[in-house]
Design a binder for this molecule. Sequence first.
Ligand SMILES: [Zn+2]
Length: 257
Amino acid sequence: MENTIEKTLNLLLELQDVDTQIYKILQVRGGLPQEVKNLENELADLQLQAQSYQEGIASLEENISSLRVKIKDIETLVKRYEEQQMNVRNNREYDAITKEIELQNLDIQLAEKKIRENYEQIAKNKHTLEGLNDLIQKAKQNLTAKQQDLNSIIGRSQEEEQKLTKKRHELESVIDKSLLQTYERIRNKVRNNLAVVLVKGGACGGCFTTIYPQMQAEIKEKRQIYKCEHCGRILADVAEAITIIATEEDGQLLAAD
Ligand SMILES: [Zn+2]
C-alpha cells in the first residue's frame, strides 16, 4: 500500500520526468526565441527612426510651401508699390517707395535662401532614410529567416509540449503547494534541471555524493522526504539496479527497475 509520502514522492518523480522532457524541448530551441525577440526589437527601433526622418522631411516640405506663399504675397505687394510709384507726386515719395521695394526684395531673397536650406536638409534626410530602409529590409529578411527556423522547431515539438504542459498542470494541482515551491526552488538552483532524483549505486543521482546505507534505508521506507545534504535535491527512492546511466550533463532522469 502506498503511504501519503510515497504517493507524494511518486508525483514529484512524475513531475520531474515531465519537466525534464519539457526542458529538453526548450534546449533544442536554444537561444532562437531570444534571437527572434532581439531582431523584432531591432526592427521596431529602425522603423521608429525611419518614421521620425519621414516626419522631418514632411515638415521641411511644409516649410517650403509656406515660404513660397510668403514670396508670392511679397511679390504682389511689390507690384502694388510699383504701380503706386507711377503716380507719385514728388521725388521723396518715389524714393520712399523705392526703399520699401528694396526691403521687400530682401525678404524675398531671405525666403529663397531658407527654401534652399530646407531642400538641402531634405536631401540629407532622404539619404539617411535610404540607409535606414536598407537596414530595415535586411532586418526583415533576418527576422523572417529566424522566425521560420523557430517555427519549424516549435512545430516539430508543439504537440508533445502541449501534452506535457497539460500533464504538468494536472500534477501541479495535486501536489502540495509548499512542496511545489521547494521543488521549483531546487530546480532553478541546480545546473541540470533535476530537483528530484533517485539514489543510484549508493550516490545521489543529482550530484553523485555518497549516501550512507542507513540513510538509504530510511529513504526506502518513505516515512518522510529526504534531501541530499550536499546538493539539496529531493531523494525520492533508492534504485536497486541501474538500467540507464545518467550523467550530470544530459539532465536525464534516472530510470530504475
Ligand atoms: Zn546531491
